[in-house]
Design a binder for this molecule. Sequence first.
Ligand SMILES: O=C(O)C(=O)C[C@]1(C(=O)O)C=C[C@@H](O)C=C1
Length: 256
Amino acid sequence: MAEQLSLAAVRGALIREEDSIVFALIERARRPRNAPAYYAPDAGTDDGRSLAEFFVREAEALHAKTGHYEKPEDVPFFPQDLPSPLFPIKGYPKVLHPFASSVSVNDAIWKMYFNELLPLFTVDGDDGYYAETVALDFACLKALSRRIHYGKYVAEVKFKDAPQDYSPLIHAKGTDALMNLLTFKAVEEKVKKRVEKKARIFGQNVTLEDGVDKHEGSADDSECKVNPKVLSELYDRWVMPLTKDVEVEYLLRRLD
Ligand SMILES: O=C(O)C(=O)C[C@]1(C(=O)O)C=C[C@@H](O)C=C1
């Protein structure tokens, strides 16, 4: 993201992220809930962290060494003490306010994912594949976080397109007024319909048997790998509201 910053381009990037989120959820849904991966163990890691937390911390440290988390949309869940990149990294055009890098709603994403979302799209059960499970969780968390933190770019474009509308609200710290100004209900309805449709298309079983194939998008919801309604609910209740929180948080500091 960055070069040609326009609302259409940023919305295009958000649409592409939907694919990553739908696929990540479909992959995680292959495994049952596997609750022991989320308990703080009595033994094991010495600081009482669950396997899931341990995995994300270690994975983020590795990713940081390879140069990840340099861009404002890539936000670590555990930013404390992340190692520096070990290889040369290419700079990227800085189109956002420098404050952008410190805007993070990852704590809310973490709680939402483990407490609310997981039970909606995984079946109860324990197959013992904990290591695979937490790697799949990490993929889901990363895709959700990146999509939501793209809100920084959305906010920048909206500000640049209408500074005369945004500036007085920013000066007045009008959080609710900013939220109203940046909200487009009609766009949100389309987003929800599209992610539901993607879950229906990406999550159907594809066969080559005559007469068995359904036209794309027409699979029954019960046959889909993730219930398509879960995707529209995820976006309605969490992804879009958190994206808007990112937008507001960014805008409040835009004129500093
Ligand atoms: O497309 C926008 O204008 C956005 O701000 C993004 C988004 C979203 O999260 O998808 C959030 C708020 C708007 O009401 C519509 C959509």
